[in-house]
Design a protein around this ligand. Structure first.
Ligand code: 6A9
Length: 636
């Protein structure tokens, strides 16, 4: 018979141990790995069963089987071992069809030498026509006493029961059906929450830390961290300020879980009260990070968003007194670390440490510690800088500290005093209101006349190759101490975002106007990070460093904006109506776009394009972008 040959495929399932544990295969009909029993420290006893493939309707299918049982140096070598064991000598001949050859796992001879072979490896290979259905069942020893095995219909029914329970609890918690959201919208919201929950992990290992006291980076003490992550596939590790945002959502779902996560993070604090920003714990996490990002600097901060999460938990009435009491000394040390090491040049001002010092190669030296990476700051980093966002974070931190101190019966007045000073709108004006710019701003050594240009190189001596000219920064006008102009965006909004402005403040009116202005921050998809009119808007920072927080829409900050607008819409004042209007529009825009992009692409994204709304950056990113669920639920 001529015509296209029906397609067939081989599926290979690997089962391997990592250092300890045993795997016992059960082989049937000489080449079929039917099941295996295993036992490891982490998993205890378990069985894995490879059912025979069927059609989608459940009828038996022609299939060929191969298996491999061997040892490998470690998990990172499994693919090599499998590849080296493949031979093309196997044949596939369904009744009535011509015989064809395929590659199958066969014998593998581990290379000579006394290398330690840490991993036992079993491979089940099944070669079948497509479409087909293959069921692989993992059953933990703890289900041994069930009347039926957790397979096929039984498993499907169990899953359905759990899914239905999840849906009920989701509705009780967030009430989206009650608010009139469609089935599709509810489904989307449940996917966001379950992805964040599913991305949570238990990590163990040590950071590599550079402190001013030692010459080379030193390993931090090893320890555990139970945490959510920004992106399961791209950044599967803990990030400090991301985690505070994650917990705003998870605290609603399961406050005990949130408290456990926060406790883990606070136990990673060193004697000086510092918690590393990015947690790269264990070999697997390390394997995903380029070497230049591995070392954590013990003078580097990150927005203390755990205070927001704690504030949320306290409002929920979910925190036990003894938990607070045990947390309190750690909170004190953490707060004091920020207060001392990130102090600004004047009382009640703050400055992020650790900005890039090289002013020659960057359009604007980055401030990774602020979390807003390349958001434009003073062009020439100096000790005179005052950072508005950090000051506002410290305002929240101080208020939460005062509240916690009171609750645990410790002296609260220093914290309360600090909170009052940082919420004092006159002092805020003095340090950060830039009359000439008509907005709040950072202060520092700054010039707006900078650009990246191709450097001019002299022709090389005869016979020498010409070097490639780099993009370098040219400064056309010397910097001077002033408010940082040309940088209207998320940083300027912080006094509103963290609700430090009084509802009758006239500056509240101007921030609302800047928000709503399409030439500045407003888009149909959410607030862009940097004004369209800024000279830094969508500008690269170096040849190899595309714009990041220079225009794109980020969901964590949009969440803070929606929350703050909701707050101001409830307080009497001259801007109440406008705040309410913007609240409804911004909320609808952000929810609408993140949902639309999810429907179009199947993913939630790290950021969204301010001209098209398209998801961009890494994906799936079900970290803080999942805060859309709280916007839908109107839980702030
Ligand atoms: C670089 C890349 C395969 C950058 O979400 C985590 C952080 C945020 O805290 C921060 O505010 N992201 C934001 O500006 C991602 C940082 C990823 C750094 C890792 C290595 C290799 O990955």
């Amino acid at each position: 018979r001529t015509g296209p040959k029906p397609p067939f495929i081989s599926l290979l399932f690997y089962v391997a141990t990592d250092g300890q544990g045993v795997l016992q295969p059960l082989i049937e009909e000489k080449t079929r790995l039917a099941s295996l029993r295993g036992q490891t420290e982490e998993l205890g006893n378990f069985t894995i069963t490879f059912q025979q493939p069927t059609t989608e309707a459940g009828l038996p299918l022609y299939a060929r089987y191969n298996y491999l049982q061997t040892k490998a140096e470690g998990l990172h070598r499994l693919t090599d071992v499998v590849k080296l064991s493949l031979t093309p000598r196997f044949s596939y001949a369904p009744p009535g069809l011509p015989k064809r050859h395929y590659f199958g796992v066969d014998a593998y001879h581990s290379p000579a030498g006394d290398r330690e072979l840490r991993s036992q490896l079993l491979v089940h290979q099944v070669t079948v026509p497509v479409p087909c259905r293959v069921e692989v069942a993992f059953e933990s020893g703890s289900v041994a006493n069930r009347p039926e095995r957790l397979l096929a219909e039984t498993l499907t029914q169990e899953l359905d029961t759990h899914a239905a329970a999840f849906e009920r609890r989701f509705e009780q918690t967030f009430g989206l059906a009650g608010k009139g959201f469609s089935q599709q919208q509810q489904h989307f919201a449940r996917a966001l929450l379950s992805n964040m929950l599913g991305g949570m992990g238990y990590f163990y290992g040590h950071s590599l830390v550079q402190s001013p006291h030692t010459e080379a980076p030193q390993p931090y003490p090893a320890g555990p961290l139970f945490t959510a992550v920004p992106s399961r596939s791209f950044f599967p590790r803990g990030f400090l300020w991301d985690e505070g945002f994650h917990q705003l959502l998870l605290a609603r779902w399961d406050p005990a879980l949130s408290q456990e996560v926060l406790a883990h993070w606070f136990d990673l604090m060193n004697a000086e009260g510092w918690i590393p920003r990015e947690q790269i714990l264990g070999d697997e996490a390390l394997a995903k990070v380029p070497p230049e990002f591995v070392v954590q600097h013990s003078q580097a901060g990150n927005p203390p968003t755990f205070f927001l999460a704690l504030q949320q938990l306290l409002r929920q009435g979910a925190v036990q007194q003894d938990y607070l009491q045990r947390l309190y000394p750690r909170l004190q040390s953490w707060y004091s670390w920020y207060n001392h090491t990130q102090a600004g040049p004047l009382p009640y001002t703050f400055r992020w440490r650790g900005r890039d010092q090289d002013t020659q190669l960057f359009l604007n030296p980055k401030t990774l510690t602020s979390g807003l990476d390349d958001y434009p700051r003073a062009t020439h980093p100096s000790l005179d800088e005052r950072h508005l966002d950090l000051r506002c974070w410290m305002g929240i931190a101080s208020a939460v500290m005062a509240e916690v101190a009171t609750r645990v019966g410790e002296p609260a007045s220093d914290y309360a005093h600090m909170a009052a000073r940082l919420a004092d709108n006159e002092l805020l004006d003095q340090h950060h209101w830039a009359e000439m710019l008509g907005t709040f701003a950072d202060y520092g050594n700054h010039t707006q006349a900078v650009a990246l240009e191709r450097e001019h190189l002299r022709p090389p001596p005869a016979g020498q190759p010409s070097p490639i000219p780099r993009l370098v920064r040219v400064v056309r006008k010397q910097p001077r101490l002033q408010f940082v102009g040309g940088a209207l965006g998320y940083v300027s909004l912080f006094p509103l975002l963290l609700q430090l402005l009084r509802p009758d403040s006239q500056h509240l009116g101007s921030l609302l106007a800047d928000m709503k202005n399409e030439q500045k921050l407003w888009t149909p998809f959410g607030l862009r990070s940097l004004s369209r009119s800024s000279p830094f808007y969508l500008k690269r920072n170096t040849e190899h460093d595309p714009p990041y927080w220079r225009g794109a829409i980020w969901i964590n900050i949009n969440y803070l904006a929606v929350k703050a607008l909701n707050h101001y819409s409830q307080l009497e004042g001259p801007h109440q109506k406008e705040a309410a209007r913007l609240y409804h529009e911004l909320r609808a825009n952000v929810i609408g776009n993140v949902l639309q992009q999810y429907l179009d692409s199947g993913y939630v994204w790290e950021q969204y394009n301010d001209s098209t709304g398209r998801g961009q950056g890494c994906y799936p990113f079900t970290g803080w972008s999942a805060l859309v669920v709280l916007m839908m639920a109107e839980e702030y």
